[in-house]
Design a protein. Structure first.
Length: 209
């Protein structure tokens, strides 16, 4: 399966969820509790206040709403490959309509960097062969390239106790082994959900000698 087919499958699946509901967590195939916990964990990346932030796979803008609820004031940008989701995000957030746009960072190149780059479960839908790992590592590397300070990405974990047949589960050690090839300042958190973990990568050392 090539990337074009992966993208088509992703668009078809999530457009189908949009046909059923416009609920923010439902349209990205996450439970309300899991969705919230992922958002909360992303905040551990750093202080987003007065920083630029890129949300990769922003859906219909749920993380922006979460930041606003928390009183976090940042320069937010949301990108998404699904045009229907972007249309809804723009309708829901008219004041920052121009901050949501269709873009695929695996295929195309952004001409700027952001302080922080985040993504919540962008490639959890199961594809054929090694496509999930291949695409996810390309995504993580591009996120690191776009970040000035650091990135956070949530992923479904192979350590889950209740696997779903349509979901791909990443082994944390596999992700670590590939990530340290281009970013050595990394940490994991596998404590907030039994089926999920978050990878944090930083461009600079977090320690002093």
């Amino acid at each position: 399966m090539d990337y074009k087919k992966v993208k088509e499958k992703n668009l078809t699946y999530f457009s189908g969820l949009l046909d059923e509901s416009d609920d923010e967590h439902y349209v990205v195939a996450q439970s309300k509790i899991s969705h919230r916990k992922r958002f909360e964990k992303i905040l551990d990346l750093g202080d987003f206040n007065n920083k630029t932030l890129l949300d990769v796979g922003c859906g219909i803008g749920g993380f922006f709403d979460f930041l606003k609820e928390k009183g976090i004031n940042c320069d937010y940008t949301g990108i998404e490959i699904n045009p229907r989701m972007i249309e809804i995000a723009q309708e829901k957030h008219p004041d920052i309509k121009d901050k949501f746009f269709v873009f695929d960072i695996i295929e195309d190149k952004l001409d700027r960097q952001f302080d922080y780059v985040i993504s919540n479960g962008p490639l959890n839908l199961k594809f054929e062969s090694t496509m999930n790992m291949d695409m996810t590592m390309r995504l993580i590397q591009e996120m690191v390239n776009l970040a000035k300070i650091g990135i956070a990405i949530t992923m479904t974990s192979a350590l889950t106790r209740k696997p779903h047949p349509e979901t791909f589960y990443y082994h944390p050690l596999d992700i670590l082994a590939e990530t340290v090839k281009f970013c050595v300042n990394v940490r994991f958190d596998h404590t907030y959900l039994p089926h999920d973990f978050t990878l944090f990568c930083y461009k600079k050392d977090l320690y002093d000698f």
